[in-house]
Design a protein around this ligand. Structure first.
Ligand code: MG
Length: 468
């Protein structure tokens, strides 16, 4: 038979003047509520919600329907008190509940939630978020209209689209999963999820075997990251029947806490105040919806049903008080970048490839010559006609040939440039120009072309025809 072992912690944080969170840990029922609204409305709403939840929920043989009915009863209780007391008008609360329920004769873990308090499952070393936040920005994220990074800093992240006590009836999201020994479930208010990353949460959940110590460490982490909101955490372990001894910091049956204190008060080490709450059996209930967002695990919830889609924020749904501007909401995780050997090798290879490509282009651009007119003079250039990229041709040989000493039929070629594969070939071409002109009848033998730049010897390539 499955047993659940729990631990919890709640903290006022470093900014708020009161703790409007409430927490309940029973034997098979666990809950976190985050109240909001009015001078004292938040504290009242979360407390009333948990009281009604326990009164209606039957811990002796609960079903998923019992759980949903208990949440709906909590909603009605807050709504009625809000309607009957003008000072509490508009108050509301989140409510996220975990219960061990019976489903067709099998024990299963059921989670119900309204609002943005969350439930996570740690299974086989991986963390999975079981609930969807009923907030404006999270719904924008789910529709692909906002990134998670943008949502984390959006001022509207405190606006809920669904909450306990705002309307007479409420849609309740639920999910049921197999109760596996060794699994661990976390319930938390947004004071934790806004300050501590899922990765950090998973690390603590994996590192700290004691649920009470894990809860306190997470609350301490939220405080260290800014503590801009009340933070409440419940950690529940699925254990064998003979491994269910109470733990330090854990709550026994029917313990509820509503923590308070002044800003800057020391971290709550355990439930600072507890109150035994009777469990009262209730009739069956209907309705459920589920949502599961896998963080780093493929194990999906094993059961889910949808009662109603998330709706836009109803009039009167309270907005949470945003954190004080002077206090950081959260510290973005620092990303450590290491220059590894692989990175160095990669950079070297990239530079080598780039250098090789540039060298190849340079070689190709300069490994050619052409003969062309420079004004009236015939010159030899090194490079490609017109240039290649940033490699421009340049004169390597200024000959003494001019337009008057070559055949007119060669002038078009010389104006456009006569490409030759080598300097020697270019020089031979120039020599041939001179011989052609000299071979014509009546031609005047031109003086041998001379070299002004880099030519080893003018006579090496100028051999006027008939010049003997
Ligand atoms: Mg909160």
């Amino acid at each position: 038979m499955t047993r659940l072992r729990s631990g919890s912690a709640t903290d006022i944080g470093r900014v708020r003047s009161s703790n409007q969170d409430a927490v309940f840990c029973g034997e098979v029922l666990f809950a976190v509520a985050d109240g909001m609204g009015g001078h004292a409305g938040g504290e009242v709403a979360s407390r009333v919600a948990l009281e009604a939840l326990q009164e209606v929920f039957d811990e002796s043989a609960p079903s998923l329907d019992d759980l949903v009915e208990a949440v709906e009863a909590a909603n009605l209780a807050v709504w009625e008190q809000s309607a009957n007391d003008t000072e509490l008008s508009g108050m509301g609360s989140t409510l996220t509940v975990l219960a061990l329920v019976d489903e067709d004769g099998e024990e299963r873990l059921a989670v119900a939630n309204v609002g943005d308090s969350r439930a996570y499952l740690r299974h086989d070393g991986s963390l999975m978020q079981l609930t969807l936040d009923h907030s404006v920005v999270e719904e924008l994220v789910r529709r692909g209209e906002m990134t998670a990074r943008e949502a984390a800093h959006n001022p509207r992240r405190h606006i809920l689209t669904r909450a306990i006590g705002i309307e007479r009836e409420v849609d309740v999201d639920t999910v049921t999963i197999e109760a596996v020994v060794g699994d661990r479930v976390l319930l938390c208010s947004d004071g934790l999820s806004n300050e501590v990353t899922d990765k950090e949460i998973g690390a603590v959940m994996g590192r700290q075997p004691d649920p009470g110590r894990a809860a306190r460490e997470l609350v301490r982490l939220a405080r260290a990251h800014g503590g801009s909101d009340n933070t409440t955490v419940v950690v529940v372990d699925v254990v064998e029947d003979d491994d269910s001894a109470p733990t330090k910091g854990g709550a026994g049956r029917g313990r509820m806490a509503v923590a308070g204190g002044a800003p800057g008060a020391a971290l709550t080490q355990a439930l600072p105040s507890t109150q035994a709450m009777p469990a009262v059996r209730a009739a069956g209930a209907t309705g459920r919806t589920m949502a599961g967002t896998v963080l780093d695990d493929n194990r999906p919830p094993t059961h889910s049903q949808s009662r109603a889609p998330a709706q836009s924020r109803a009039p009167g749904v309270p907005t949470r008080t945003p954190p004080a501007a002077a206090q950081p909401v959260s510290t973005p995780p620092k990303i450590r970048r290491r220059i590894t050997v692989k990175v160095v090798i990669f950079v070297v290879l990239v530079l080598a490839v780039l250098g090789g490509a540039i060298a190849a282009v340079a070689w190709f651009a300069n490994d050619s010559y052409y003969v062309r007119l420079s004004g009236n003079r015939v010159d030899i250039y090194q490079g490609r006609i017109g240039g290649l990229l940033w490699f421009k041709p340049h004169v390597v040989d200024k000959t003494s040939l001019t337009t008057s000493s070559v055949l007119p039929s060669r002038l078009d070629d010389l104006r456009n440039g006569q490409q030759e594969p080598s300097l020697a070939a270019a020089k031979r071409y120039v020599s041939n120009l001179a011989r052609e002109a000299a071979s014509l009848p009546g031609a005047v033998t031109p003086a041998p072309p001379t070299t002004a730049i880099g030519a080893p010897s003018a006579t090496s390539y100028l051999h006027p025809a008939g010049g003997t």
